[in-house]
Design a binder for this molecule. Structure first.
Ligand code: ADP
Length: 526
């Protein structure tokens, strides 16, 4: 019953306000357990809905990456905010805790906007803009009180949510970092609690992180491993950090590997030790690689020495054979043939030795290019001059007019051209055209050596650059060669900063193409 001092409509007002506050408080308590921004803003709107009766809303968030405001897509229906552009939002934000911005073209359901800022560490981070049917200067007292109350209540919830989000981000970053380390990584507290470990550590020590985290390491690692960690932990905590402390560890009780453990002390902001970080590397693999490298080095040195040792006697043999051949009249019929076979064999051996020595020099990485300005056409002509010609091959040279001189090691590029042209002739036993083209190709000088010979199968195209690789076919295996020429050629081109590849159709012919960076010299091509 209404008291004599209150009118019935006052009673109704009071009752409505009371109901409104009741609903508001009920929903407000919901805001405590939010996980992310989307859920937060959805709940914010649920709390505000009975209070301001919004017809529409938008959330603007501050994007740290781009240092700009952007619309937060919380699933709310988009709507244009007349007069409330981003600047308008900022303007409203600058003024007070929450603002009312009148709609320039008021309608019954939309007369003004409630602009509610969300501040984290004194910096505006998000702004909610909601359209309401209330006029900005006629807001019922209870509504304005509730908005003000809400804006105070929600502040800490939002701040906590944001900080929690930041912590999650840091946690993800930390997890990513420790997972990307290509070794086993473990962090333990000073009391021996496992603080962190990556997947490599799980594999290495056969321990699942979900069972190990927060447990004492002695309870989760095998006694042998735990003993090693105990010793290293004592040393690390006494200030002695170790690098690659070695111990033999048996994986699954079967394979034994050598692990190198490095330790470092983890400290808090006040330089107080809070734990130890263990970085465990499988040294077995790197030892294998080192061994292989040493063997490779040994092999190269061996080939080098043998080649050098063979060079001198071979020169003597070739010299002797040449004298005999020059005096062929004094030899019997069989002897001429035998001397011919020796001469041919010695010449092949000489090619092999010189290829081996060239390659070993190039592979050692000590070769210095003796650069000068060269006209490519001259180098090609020189390369052609030393070829054994036969009438079966028509050799054509196509050089772009005004091709600038190139800065290269002339002898080395000559070696490349000689090799490619000689291959083009060699691997075209039935003859055909051999065309050499030189032209500009963007930032490069492009040289092509094309033949109409045997061609190369697709599956061999990538392999022909490997040391000693020779295509295994009845036709090409009859052709003399060492399988080193293209390896040398590739090294030389790459030493010049260039690229080389081959295009071919089996049975139709091949084109070897190389590009050299255009470093224009003085001489122009004739
Ligand atoms: P080789 O001394 O055997 O000629 P290369 O390294 O120069 O050694 O060449 C490797 C292999 O690539 C050759 O054995 C040959 O099978 C193939 N090859 C090279 N050039 C050509 C070409 N122009 N046409 C067809 N096959 C070629």
């Amino acid at each position: 019953m209404a008291s004599p001092a209150t009118r019935p409509d006052q009673n109704a007002d009071f009752f409505a306000s009371f109901q409104l506050m009741e609903r508001y408080l009920e929903r407000l308590s919901d805001l405590q357990n939010v996980q992310d921004r989307r859920e937060f803003f959805q709940k914010v709107m649920a709390v505000l809905a009975p209070v301001i009766d919004p017809c529409c809303h938008q959330v603007h968030v501050w994007d740290e990456e781009s240092s700009a405001w952007r619309l937060f897509d919380d699933g709310a229906e988009g709507f244009a905010l007349p007069g409330v552009s981003h600047e308008g939002v900022l303007w409203a934000l600058d003024r007070t805790q929450y603002n009312l911005v009148p709609e320039p073209d008021p309608r019954p359901e939309l007369r003004c906007y409630v602009v509610l800022p969300f501040v984290v560490r004194d910096r505006p981070t998000a702004v909610l803009v909601a359209g309401t049917p209330f006029a900005h200067d006629q807001l019922p007292l209870v509504v304005s009180k509730l908005i003000a109350h809400f804006s105070r209540q929600v502040e800490s919830v939002f701040e906590n949510l944001e900080l929690y989000g930041k912590i999650q981000q840091l946690r993800n970053l930390f997890d990513n970092i420790i997972e990307s380390v290509p070794h086993a990584l473990l962090a333990m507290s000073t009391s021996g609690r496992v603080l962190a470990m990556n997947t490599n550590a799980e594999f290495m020590f056969d321990v699942k992180s979900i069972f190990a985290l927060d447990e004492n390491f002695k309870a989760v690692f095998s006694p042998a491993v735990a003993e090693v960690f105990t010793g290293l932990m004592v040393k690390a905590l006494s200030g002695e950090s170790l690098i690659d402390y070695e111990f033999e560890h048996s994986l699954d009780g079967k394979v034994s590997i050598t692990i190198g453990i490095s330790t470092s002390l983890l400290q808090n902001r006040n330089d107080k030790p809070i734990g130890v970080l263990f970085l465990c590397r499988d040294l077995s693999l790197s030892r294998e690689v080192t061994k292989l490298r040493e063997l490779d080095q040994l092999k190269t040195e061996f080939v080098n020495t043998v080649s050098h040792e063979l060079k001198t006697p071979l020169t003597a043999i070739i010299g002797g054979v040449e004298i005999l051949q020059a005096d062929a009249a004094t030899l019997g019929g069989d002897q001429v043939e035998i001397v011919g076979v020796i001469a041919e064999g010695a010449r092949r051996l000489q090619t092999l030795i010189s290829d081996l020595l060239d390659l070993s020099k190039l592979q050692s990485g000590t070769v210095q290019l003796k650069e000068g300005v060269f006209a490519l056409a001259d180098l090609v002509r020189e390369a052609l001059a030393v070829q054994k010609r036969s009438d079966k091959h028509a050799i054509k040279l196509e050089v772009q007019k005004d091709l600038p001189g190139v800065v290269v090691d002339g002898q080395k590029i000559l070696q490349v051209l000689t090799n490619l042209v000689s291959n083009a002739i060699k691997y075209s036993p039935a003859g055909g055209a051999v065309v050499i083209r030189c032209r500009l190709d963007g930032e490069w000088v492009r040289v092509e050596v094309q033949d109409q010979g045997l061609g190369i199968r697709k599956e061999d195209l990538g392999k022909i650059w490997e040391k000693f690789y020779r295509v295994d076919s009845s036709l090409s295996s009859e052709i003399e060669g060492t399988g080193l020429g293209l390896t040398i050629v590739k090294h030389i081109v790459e030493l010049h900063g260039g690229k080389i590849w081959a295009e071919s159709e089996h049975g139709k012919g091949s084109t070897f193409i190389f590009l050299l960076p255009l470093r224009v010299g003085l001489a122009n091509e004739r």
